[in-house]
Design a protein around this ligand. Sequence first.
Ligand code: 1HN
Length: 364
Amino acid sequence: MQDKTDLDGLYAGLEAAALQPLWTITEELLTPTPRPAAVPWLWSAATMKPLAREAIRLVPVERGGERRVLALANPGLGGRPYAVGTLWGALQCLGPHEVAPAHRHTPGAIRFVLEGEGVWTTVDGDACDMRPGDLVLTPSKQWHDHTNAGDSEMFWFDGLDLPIIQALDGVFFEHWPGPGESQPQPVEHNVSEARRRDGSRYTDGSVTKAVSPLPSELLIYRWSETEAELERLGRESDDDLLAVEYTNPKTGASVLPTMACAVHRIRGHGAPVRRAGNAVYVVFRGRGESVIDGQRFVWGPGDMFAVPSWSTVEHISVGADLFVVSDEPVLRALGIQRREVLPEPQTVTGDFHSASLRLQGAAS
Ligand code: 1HN
């Protein structure tokens, strides 16, 4: 009895002193394998696009709000605006002749273009033209603004390492000091592309990548070149899944120190794989499905889905190209990267229906 009272007193004393006894929390802290709070989830283009168009109609792009961006908010993350624990993922859109003001910040960003024309992102003075399938980089601390000089709406995917930089309490942000809200419009466009003609821009999974704190100086990777690389790989291999990673031509490392970008071409039933680290997928072309921890996700162009750390994923399609961004370079830099190919396809135990699809179902 005395012991129980003493023990209660100890725990009360610890709490009052802002101390916690590890022996009561060991098992939740040191899990045998990763237990991400984020859940596998899919955001469909059919749901997102009408909302984005409504936002274009109702909400101007202005200094302060800075961007018209719909953040993928994973329902496992308790309202935080992140697609997975370590990555921001979003649909960004610009209406005809809109300009999003210039700013810079410590989080780094990648853009994968889905739809539209006549838009460029100016990155530290270099105007990078954006066309569907292109990857455009906005490395940490570089000034950037977006200009839509065309008559059509523009949609692209944004990936940022914001949750990582936030976890490090390293977020700094600054508005362009002017004059004006944007950088001066450069006469020449795509300078980084013209300048960096040598060095390989892609690798397949068989190459061990360098670890580098430097972002790529090449800021644009064109879809025509990515596709040529996929075609080349496809002729050399009969795998059902071809993976091409974009690389820094100078160092052979991933495009940014924190984020790796790749395209997976699915032409059959890919092997089930799980890896340490989070990923967000964006469907560029084709239709298919992915089984993530037993749940089936059916997808088509413009859909986006979250694959949290250590969940098993396999992709199935007769022909599709998936863009994928992951935090793999961080795990690699820390020496904790890990990947396993499982011997058997998963048993499908359920089908995923997004919240809005469920609502539509309930209404009809
Ligand atoms: C940002 O600067 C952009 O520049 C997009 O387009 C998304 C999400 C969080 C923080 C900054 C952009 C962003 C962002």
